[in-house]
Design a binder for this molecule. Structure first.
Ligand SMILES: Nc1nc2c(c(=O)[nH]1)N[C@H]1C(S)=C(S)[C@@H](COP(=O)(O)OP(=O)(O)OC[C@H]3O[C@@H](n4cnc5c(=O)[nH]c(N)nc54)[C@H](O)[C@@H]3O)O[C@H]1N2
Ligand SMILES: Nc1nc2c(c(=O)[nH]1)N[C@H]1C(S)=C(S)[C@@H](COP(=O)(O)OP(=O)(O)OC[C@H]3O[C@@H](n4cnc5c(=O)[nH]c(N)nc54)[C@H](O)[C@@H]3O)O[C@H]1N2
Ligand code: SF4
Ligand SMILES: [Mo]
Length: 813
């Protein structure tokens, strides 16, 4: 165990007239980066946050982190538990202040009553994103409570957030997208991810690596952040990423730039597919009693079919050199012969139909640029990558992620030095209480039937639109209670009007919140939560930076909670006690629970606390672990049905989805809906704003000053065609709804695309800047522009980033 150098708290206590200054080490939890910080506390008031430069997850802080003290003292923060006295939907909710005990007792009793009358699954817990709220602190405990209640229904936004980055990626590699080991990369591929605005540490590390010559390839319709310094920037039409990835795959194959040994040895590219059925040839096809779970390759050395067994990750005979191309005829057990080709050859054919010169009209990326980008990657290995939101909010999102993952597979750098490296987090004990819920209950999760490979099956998560259906139509069964735990559910999901209708129809709605959000406004109880600077937390590793994954830290609160604000973790423990689960919740003793979490590390809580900057546990870097062998010399392989990196996804095939990453146009696009596009000729997308997280922070003066109004980016030529001028208020309309935003004319976005911002509702009292009605076409909530009817068939993702729209000046502009 190496110990992080512990910077002791500086306390100046001897001069009475001077303010008492304390420095408290911790980390910012406002976004996914979790930058290590040092808070300055003067006379009990937190006044600033600075980067901690002596921490594996440190070295940087952004404007939001700097503004975090404002979040503690903002005059609109919730300070007391509130109970509604007027019916939902009434203009005035009639909030009355209640005590914590009274609120929690009543909520617990009503949850138990609803469970009794409708079954546990009628209770849903909506979770705020771990990448943009401090609910990361409470996730384990809220899962535990929900599992004890016996409900499988956690609602989250993963289907438009990280699911494609992680699970769709895992359908190729068997693991969620690991962290890029960017400091050791020859090139990084950033696809639909803009870390300069959203994940500061990756941006910082990328810039560091660039200084020693690392290359950067960015795929984004906008030239922003690292895209401005990229060696190759592909400004793709939103939603056409799948075609672009196939175009790049084609270049790698056609120009012989892929890692042939890796593809041959570690992917299922050599597996033979029958050309009559398109399905893999299996041992069962070849011989009576053969297994349909064993696949067949064509051995170029012996010129015969050879069986591969996923159980041993080996061929049944030695010295095999499987073919990656060509068509062969293989004799079947019934004496017939069938012609077959390796999966890799099928991929090559698919990709060839998207050759850069042919797909230019689809992707809008010049063919030469596509070729150049592929060459930059293959010529500068090891390559690491990160894809995120830009690819995850489309009706074709899963296959897009599959196409990008396939491209990455051909480069062969998964789990390599300088590639995307799999390293475990610190071994804290899991507390999510999976053991408390029955598999029968889990099989009833909302959305599971429709999405057997999607978030309900793989991420334990339901989508809001499905939960709204359960509330409003009792399909697949009634939902009567919704706890919003740091989740602005109606703002963050498509179709806010339906969200409002659903929340009004609940028997019990609860929000634990910092502010009275549009979601909280529709609840029966609103409970005042602490911000991250007001609460303690034990963290078992930092997700993104490879070398911070095993860093354990006790984040001490910088200040005590103001008024009656309480940490969500405390709320979970108190609710659990009141619902009769005290025995499984350490009778409400959060610190005792943290000690239990720590046990596997061999450290006590006091030992961790003695190092305010945290402790880095040993986590040796080991590369290409898939090649590790067991006692019998069998390689570990990849955690997929085939034991290989799956170019051909057996899971997708089993469920009737295209096993190769076929490109399908977005549901509403200029190419898929030309008639509609005659009326709505532009492509709608959106992106995060550096200054804010999602629907938050508009009330903080220093941030709002920097971005006072909602705006949308569009190219000057596009604006000109529609009579819109720079800085003018304009209406962005889709077939579904409208928003009113300032036009931001910029050449950094490709023509024909409108990039809106998500999350505008809140006013800023200090600056006297107005709020925006989340439910009205005169507001600025782009989630009203899309519906939930068009969605990705596998994940249920919604088309926030590829819908049709048009623009015009607002009448009052
Ligand atoms: N400042 C800030 N930081 C955040 C957050 C925040 O709200 N604000 N949220 C946090 C969360 S929860 C998340 S999930 C992450 C997300 O982090 P990112 O993935 O970086 O999020 P975005 O900036 O929304 O999207 C990335 C890029 O996708 C581009 N894009 C839009 N449409 C397309 C498309 O069709 N194809 C491609 N290739 N690109 C497209 C956008 O122009 C944008 O530059 O950020 C986290 N950090
Ligand atoms: N159109 C469009 N829609 C999107 C996206 C998009 O890019 N475009 N992005 C999607 C993505 S990636 C995500 S992750 C979701 C995010 O959706 P949400 O998870 O709903 O995120 P926020 O809108 O930031 O709302 C979080 C709420 O939690 C509160 N909060 C913050 N910290 C705490 C805390 O510690 N405790 C409690 N109790 N409350 C807290 C905040 O005040 C805020 O109201 O939105 C999705 N929706
Ligand atoms: S990048 Fe994210 S975690 Fe880092 S300081 Fe900014 S808001 Fe906080
Ligand atoms: Mo997200």
């Amino acid at each position: 165990m190496t110990t992080g150098r512990a910077r002791t708290r500086e306390a100046v206590t001897d001069v009475m007239t001077e303010p008492q200054i304390e420095k408290v080490r911790g980390y910012c939890v406002l976004c996914t980066a979790h930058c290590a910080t040092v808070a300055t506390v003067e006379d009990g008031r937190v006044t600033r946050l600075d980067a901690d430069h002596d921490h594996p997850n440190g070295g940087a802080i952004c404007v939001k982190g700097k503004a975090a003290p404002e979040l503690v003292y903002n005059s609109d923060r919730l300070d007391y538990p509130l109970r509604r006295t007027n019916p939902k939907g009434a203009e005035d909710p009639g909030w009355e202040r209640v005590g914590w005990d009274e609120a929690l007792d009543d909520i617990a009793a009503r949850l138990l009553d609803i469970r009794e009358r409708y079954g546990a699954e009628a209770v849903v817990m909506a979770r705020g994103t771990a990448s943009g709220t401090s609910t990361d602190d409470v996730n384990g405990w809220s899962s535990r409570l929900l599992n004890l209640i016996g409900s499988p229904n956690a609602l989250s936004t993963t289907h438009v957030c990280n699911w494609h980055r992680d699970t769709a990626f895992s359908y190729t590699f068997g693991v969620p997208q690991p962290s890029p080991d960017v400091l050791n990369s020859g090139a990084i591929l950033l696809w639909g991810h803009n870390p300069s605005s959203t994940q500061l540490l990756l941006a910082q590390d990328t810039v560091t690596a660039r200084k020693r010559g690392m290359k950067i390839v960015v795929v984004d319709p906008r030239k922003v952040g690292l895209g401005s310094q990229a060696d190759a920037l592909l400004q793709v039409r939103p939603g056409a990423d799948g075609a672009l990835a196939l175009a790049m795959v084609h270049v790698l194959i056609e120009e012989g730039r892929y890692d042939e040994e890796f593809v041959r040895d570690w992917t299922n590219g050599p597996f033979l597919l029958r050309t009559d059925t398109g399905e893999p040839l299996t041992e069962a096809d070849l011989e009576a009693g053969g297994s349909s779970g064993r696949y067949v390759v064509w051995d170029g050395a012996s010129n015969q079919a050879v069986v591969y067994d996923p159980a041993t990750r080996a061929y049944l005979v030695g010295g095999v050199r499987p073919a990656l191309d060509g068509t062969v005829r293989v004799s079947l057990k019934d004496g017939d012969a069938v012609s077959c080709e390796p999966a890799f050859a099928a991929l090559a054919r698919l990709a060839a139909s998207y050759a850069p010169e042919q797909s230019e009209g689809v992707t809008r990326v010049p063919a030469d640029d596509v070729r150049e980008a592929a060459r930059v990657l293959s010529g500068n290995r090891p390559v690491s990558m990160f894809m995120w939101n830009g690819v995850g909010q489309h009706t074709n999102a899963t296959q897009t992620s599959r196409a990008i993952s396939t491209l990455y597979a051909l480069l062969g750098d998964i789990d390599a030095l300088g590639g995307n490296l799999m390293l475990p987090m610190a071994p804290l004990r899991a507390v999510d209480g999976k053991e408390f819920i029955s598999s029968e209950a889990l099989s009833r999760r909302i959305g599971l039937e429709e999405k057997p490979l999607g978030p309900p099956a793989t991420a334990g998560a339901c989508a809001a639109h499905d939960v709204y259906t359960a509330i409003l139509e009792d399909r697949p069964y009634p939902v009567r209670a919704l706890i919003n735990l740091g989740s602005n559910t109606v703002m963050s999901n498509g179709d806010p009007a339906r969200g409002r209708e659903a929340l009004c129809a609940l028997e019990l709605g609860v929000a634990t919140e910092l502010f009275m959000t549009p979601t909280a406004e529709l609840c029966d109880y609103v409970l005042p939560a602490t911000s991250f600077l007001e609460m303690d937390h034990l963290v078992g590793g930092f997700r993104h930076r490879v070398d911070a994954r095993s860093h354990v830290q006790y984040r001490r609160r910088a200040v005590d909670p103001l008024e009656e604000r309480r940490p969500d973790t405390w709320v979970m423990f108190e609710l659990a006690k009141r619902m009769g689960f005290g025995d499984d919740f350490w009778d409400g003793d959060v610190e005792a629970a943290r000690s239990y979490q720590l046990e596997p590390t061999g450290m006590t809580l006091d030992e961790v606390k003695a190092h305010p900057g945290g402790v880095t546990l040993e986590n040796p870097r080991r590369y290409r672990k898939y090649a590790d062998t067991d006692g019998e010399g069998r390689p570990k392989g990849f955690n997929n049905p085939s034991g290989k990196v799956e170019i051909y996804s057996h899971r997708l095939a089993e469920h009737g989805f295209p096993p190769l990453p076929e490109y399908v146009e977005p549901a509403l696009s200029p190419l898929s809906q030309p008639d509609l596009a005659a009326e709505y000729p532009l492509v709608l997308t959106n992106a995060k704003v550096t200054t804010f997280i999602h629907s938050q922070h508009r009330a903080l003066p220093s941030l709002r000053k920097a971005a006072p109004e909602p705006s949308a980016e569009l190219h000057p030529d596009t604006a000109g065609e529609h009579g819109v001028e720079h800085k003018q208020w304009m209406i962005v309309e889709s077939p579904k709804g409208a928003v009113r935003v300032r036009a931001n004319l910029t050449r950094r976005i490709i023509p024909g695309v409108v990039c809106v911002q998500h999350g505008w509702w809140q006013a800023c009292r200090e600056l006297e800047l107005p709020g925006h009605d989340p439910f009205s076409g005169l507001g600025a909530n782009p989630n009203g522009l899309v519906d939930a009817e068009h969605r990705d068939p596998i994940s249920g993702s919604l088309p926030h980033r590829s819908f049709l729209c048009r623009v015009r000046p607002a009448h009052d502009a």
